[in-house]
Design a protein around this ligand. Structure first.
Ligand code: 7TS
Length: 423
């Protein structure tokens, strides 16, 4: 196929972004997309919950386990050195992917949830009653609950930025909430429930002007768009591997080096110490001071392979493909009578939350599943968003780089079947 995408095999580096985006070629990389569900081709539109894995990621992890596996950072033997090199290479790839200042600014965690809890625990231990943390009504529960738990432990004050009917952050309200008492602003980059892309660069500038730090939950952003943490000038950036075509069990916290080094450790144990006596311990510098115990070694290799994979395509091409799908899906869904789309931000990613006036979201999810279409139904761990729209739940289709217009058509057909069933 002339001009077609040539995704490289694992281990081979190179930027293929000069090639055209050929979605059929991309789909070949994802073995699971060949399977059927209830006798119909799988249409996977639940990428915001977790994305499928290309064989390049699967093979890189298998290769690590078959040929290079050992514990890391502690062995003098050959395999331990190879495993350590592979593990650290995963860190380097992530650092370059988000344009961190150095590899030391990437702390491996279990995922975004643990990355946020790390900040809430470590930075949280430096806060005092009267200090304020601002989050937003658009957060996933993982960027709400840790702050409420911290408030209950320390007596800090929490403030929430409301959202507009279109599903954007109310920036005037944000300006009013922000004061010299604000120590941290915790905000989602792209909302998992609405698809809204938030102005995190502007938020960071404003927060820094009052001396506050900024933590961005980038879970939904990294798989879909180019992220440059230094251009955004955020202090912390949290994300998960499994949403960016990598494995579960790994993610990372980006943090500015000076900030990470100044924070107390999160968990204690092996590998994070400089020295231990029965009386006291001293700790390594970041990132190792935050990585107690044996880490997710094979998964670090997998997330590195996912970065190679995305770089091989080019994030500009991924974003453009998904923008096309979003525009098409929005147009198609809007044409369905009785369907309400929730979240109409001007700057939006490929997430379509909707309700039907004739059917509950769980019924929508169950019936479209019988037609091979996987969407999520529920509150999407964003109950305050549901409250804002006065609904208990929505059905949500979320696109990934391998989705096609034909799959959007399949979704639309499936929704029409739901309407016929209940209508
Ligand atoms: N932040 C956002 C914006 C998310 O979408 C999610 C997961 C998380 C944090 C938590 O990520 P984890 O990997 O630590 O669990 N979101 C979803 C979702 O939308 N449906 O299932 C999980």
């Amino acid at each position: 196929m002339s001009g077609a995408l040539d995704i490289k095999a694992p281990g081979l580096k190179g930027d293929n972004s000069a090639f055209a985006f050929d979605v059929e070629r991309v789909r070949e990389d994802f073995p699971i997309l060949k399977r059927e569900v209830y006798g119909r081709p799988l249409v996977y539109l639940d990428n915001a919950a977790s994305a499928q894995k290309p064989r390049q990621v699967i093979q890189a992890m298998t290769d690590c386990m078959e040929n290079h596996y050992s514990n890391v950072h502690r062995g003098v033997h050959r395999l331990s050195q190879e495993a350590t090199d592979l593990y650290e290479a995963g860190r380097s790839k992530l650092a370059r992917f988000i344009n961190a200042g150095s590899d030391d600014e990437i702390v491996f965690t279990r995922g975004a949830t643990e990355a946020i809890n790390l900040v809430a625990s470590s930075l949280g231990s430096t806060l005092k009653p009267g200090d304020e943390v601002i989050f937003t009504q658009m957060e996933h529960h993982s960027n709400i609950v840790p702050w409420q738990m911290l408030r209950d432990r320390t007596g800090i004050t929490l403030k929430a930025v409301p959202i507009t009917p279109e599903g954007e952050l109310d920036m005037e309200a944000f300006d009013e909430l922000l004061t010299p008492k604000t120590k941290l602003v915790a905000v989602v980059h792209i909302s998992n429930a609405l698809g809204t892309i938030n102005p995190v660069k502007e938020i960071a500038q404003k927060a820094h002007a009052v001396g506050a730090k900024v933590l961005v939950d980038g879970c939904q952003a990294l798989p879909h768009t180019k992220v440059d943490v230094r251009d955004l000038d955020v202090d912390f950036y949290a994300f998960s591997g499994h949403k960016m075509y990598g494995p579960t069990g790994i993610g990372a916290l980006y943090g500015k080096k000076a900030l990470l080094d100044a924070l107390p450790p999160y968990q204690g144990g092996g590998e994070m110490i400089a020295s231990v006596t029965l009386e006291k311990s001293t700790f390594k510098a970041a990132p190792h001071r935050f990585e107690a115990g044996t880490p997710a070694i094979v998964e670090a290799v997998g997330i590195g392979a996912a970065v190679d994979y995305l770089n091989g395509i080019g994030m500009d091409k991924v974003a453009a493909h998904e923008e096309g799908l979003l525009a098409y899906a929005t147009q198609q869904l809007e044409a369905i009578e009785g369907l309400t789309l929730h979240g109409r931000a001007r700057d939006k990613a490929g997430i379509l939350s909707f309700t039907l006036d004739c059917a509950h979201p769980h019924d929508i999810g169950t019936i479209v599943d019988r037609m091979g279409v996987a969407v999520r139904a529920g509150h999407h761990c964003a109950q305050p968003v549901m409250d804002a729209y006065g609904v208990a739940a929505t059905a949500r289709a979320s696109v990934g780089l391998y989705n096609t217009k034909a799959e959007i058509d399949a979704l639309v057909e499936a929704i029409k079947t739901v309407k016929d069933f209940f209508g």
